[in-house]
Design a protein around this ligand. Structure first.
Ligand code: ZN
Ligand code: ZN
Length: 416
């Protein structure tokens, strides 16, 4: 027996019926993002490994454990992108987009890759919608992004969501927080999981990302970053909250919301679903004011969010719209020719048509049209070819009409 090749663990096929749902989510998403004047930017799926080491951060789980890193044939270390932001930053610098008059507002929809433990709803190739804005310092943009995230979910008919916000401070105020956090976490070291004990040394903020129950409990008693903000960060955060109120967005300040990535400064936020369990984040994002500069670019602040499509699609309600298509029923070479011509004409007029090039009886073709859910059957036999008038059957009502291809188009167009 020949050996069957299977899909790689942690990947999955999106089959046509499900792909319809993806298309509909993607098209709503694009429409909304473009309403806010975001433009699509497409960067390569793989990049130099150092881009993510530097951008995403050496101490993050993503970089330590989850990257798809490999050597190409020239011995370069490459990585399949685990997230999108570093690629956009690289592209802006490389293409000098910051020198152009257009605002730096970008979106992207596509696959990301993380060597994560495969579990329900989590894949090693997963898909994200990602948006980024650069050069806007005012917290009004932070609020506009949160407002857009909420509007997007509303347009996708996702209900039962909650908006969580926080500020993670800046390079001036965070160090003293980290110091206190580390010393308090040190005191309860023994109840922390091994992973968190390691984080304690590298980056204690990451303890807040841990899903282990004892770690979560211990983290409840840790100091809150919001008590350590410098005046600038404090003001930014309170103005951000005012703008949220301006948009009538209900939100909750969640001081433990630090997000699993190193580059965040000031604002972080999540929109979560109360319908999902522990992994309930639908949209997560924040500000990264130092990243562009650290990559050797101009001193431009940035903010953005990512939305995981697999999880989102699991909560988006979807009613499958039956495609309205015409199925050609024919017999013999001449009718096939006539049918091909009629179908060629109808397709150019925007009617979806299906011809299958197999010899079958009229009766079995009719039952196939029925089984596939065709809205119409166009029936062309010898007699119809002679008359140049074809039969059109409405599959729902059973009603049959006759006409030239132009007349048939008219009937199709005029039917509800
Ligand atoms: Zn600060
Ligand atoms: Zn832990």
């Amino acid at each position: 027996m020949r050996k069957q090749v299977s899909a790689i663990k942690g990947t999955k096929d999106i089959l046509p019926r499900e792909a319809k749902k993806w298309q509909s989510v993607e098209s709503v998403t694009k429409r909304i993002l473009e309403l806010y004047s975001y433009k699509e930017i497409r960067t390569p799926v793989f990049e130099a490994t150092e881009l993510f080491e530097k951008g995403t951060g050496q101490t993050t789980d993503i970089v330590i454990k989850e990257m798809y890193t490999f050597q190409d044939k020239a011995g370069r270390s490459l990585t399949l992108r685990p997230e999108y932001t570093p690629s956009v930053v690289r592209s802006i610098i490389e293409n000098r987009l910051y020198l152009k008059p257009e605002p730096l507002r970008f979106y992207y929809i596509g696959p990301m890759f993380r060597y994560d433990k495969p579990q329900k709803g989590r894949y090693r190739q997963f898909h994200q919608v990602d948006i980024e804005v650069f050069g806007e310092e005012d917290p009004a943009i932070d609020a506009e992004i949160v407002e857009m995230a909420n509007y997007l979910l509303k347009e996708l008919k996702v209900s039962y969501t909650e908006t969580l916000v926080n500020s993670v401070g800046c390079k001036d105020c965070r160090p003293s927080y980290i110091k206190d956090l580390r010393s308090q976490a040190e005191e309860v070291r023994r109840v922390l999981c091994l992973d968190c004990q390691r984080k304690l040394k590298l980056n204690p903020l990451r303890i807040f990302d841990c899903k282990v129950e004892t770690c979560r409990e211990a983290a409840q008693a840790f100091p809150r970053i919001t008590d350590y903000l410098c005046q600038d960060c404090e003001e930014h955060f309170s103005r951000f909250c005012d703008y949220l109120a301006f948009y009538s967005i209900k939100y909750k300040v969640e001081p433990r919301l630090v997000r699993g990535i190193d580059y965040y400064t000031k604002t972080t936020f999540e929109v979560v679903s109360s319908k999902l369990g522990a992994q309930n984040t639908l949209i997560g994002g924040g500000r990264y004011d130092d990243m562009m500069k650290e990559f050797g670019g101009p001193d431009l602040c940035g903010i953005g969010f990512a939305m995981g499509l697999e999880r989102l699609i699991s909560v988006v309600p979807f009613t499958e719209e039956k495609g309205k298509f015409l199925y050609l029923v024919y017999l013999g070479d001449e009718s096939e020719r006539a049918g091909m011509k009629a179908v060629h004409f109808l397709r150019r007029e925007g009617v979806e048509c299906l011809i299958e090039y197999k010899e079958r009886s009229m009766k079995s073709q009719m039952s196939r049209a029925n089984k596939l859910g065709a809205a119409w059957a166009l029936i062309i036999g010898e007699e119809e070819v002679k008359k140049r008038k074809y039969k059109l059957k409405n599959m729902a009502t059973g009603l049959q009409m006759e006409g030239t291809q132009e007349e048939i188009l008219k009937i199709i167009r005029e039917s509800p």
